[in-house]
Design a protein around this ligand. Structure first.
Ligand SMILES: Nc1ncnc2c1ncn2[C@@H]1O[C@H](COP(=O)(O)OP(=O)(O)OP(=O)(O)O)[C@@H](O)[C@H]1O
Ligand SMILES: [Mg+2]
Length: 217
């Protein structure tokens, strides 16, 4: 069985006004089907960068990331986009389109009409069924965070990549959001990036990213 995601010898350099920053220095990482993994590490250690590389949204400067045994292409073309639709992305900031209701925001990500049926059940489990007709600006941050989880799960993705889904939430709300995420994952694989070690589930395989090297696991 092919791994869902596999990083082999991944290097990533950023070139900016600060010069060349080598963020990832030879990362090997494998995510099997259904596996739940967690990446922790200090601020600025490259966790978000690693997640974007795994998602195929950022090209590594060395090494490769395979998705289901095939490398992500260098161009973000339509074929890559279709493959990426098997991946649910939850970003650090719950970015939603302000002019659309929560329901419309979620449906813009839908790949098929029939996902609307499953959407209600998912929204109920996430505790936001009553809020689907609201615009994001009338929702709390935690509610928007749950909305962005619903959007990430709408197509029953085979893998969910979540970047600090509890950022900006208080501890209790953060724990609740992670619990809801876990309950709604089903058989999907998960990579959860966080610097808050309190929200890590004991059953997750936990990696530590520091100085460009991924340890543990
Ligand atoms: N586009 C960019 N150009 C130049 N440097 C960048 C760029 N994006 C990130 N960096 C730098 O790369 C390093 C890693 O950033 P990254 O956002 O991946 O860290 P992080 O572990 O997610 O941090 P945090 O916990 O604060 O979210 C940081 O030093 C950051 O300043
Ligand atoms: Mg980050």
């Amino acid at each position: 069985m092919k791994a869902v995601l596999e990083a082999k010898g991944v290097f990533l350099e950023y070139v900016s006004g600060r010069g060349v920053v080598e963020v990832l220095k030879g990362i090997d990482f494998t995510l099997e089907r259904g596996e739940k993994a967690c990446v922790v590490g200090p601020s600025g250690s490259g966790k978000s960068s690693l997640l974007m590389v795994l998602a195929g949204l950022l090209q590594p400067t060395g090494g490769q990331v395979h998705h289901r045994g095939r490398p992500w292409p260098a161009n973000l073309d339509r074929a890559a986009g279709l493959r990426r639709s098997n991946i649910g992305l939850i970003l650090q900031e719950p970015i939603l389109i302000p002019y659309l209701t929560l329901r419309e925001n979620v449906m813009t990500a839908a790949l098929a009409d029939d996902v609307a049926e499953g959407m209600m059940a998912k929204a109920e489990r996430l505790g936001i069924a009553d809020l689907l007709d609201e615009r994001p600006m009338r929702l709390s941050l935690g509610e928007r965070q749950r909305g962005s989880i619903l959007r990430a799960l709408i197509n029953d993705p085979e893998v969910v990549l979540a970047d600090e889904p509890t950022a900006n939430l208080d501890f209790r709300n953060g724990l609740e959001v992670v619990e809801l995420l876990k309950e709604n994952l089903g058989v999907a694989s998960l990579v959860l990036v966080t610097h808050d070690t309190r929200i890590i589930d004991q059953s997750f395989r936990t990696y530590n990213l520091e100085n460009g090297i991924l340890g543990g696991g």
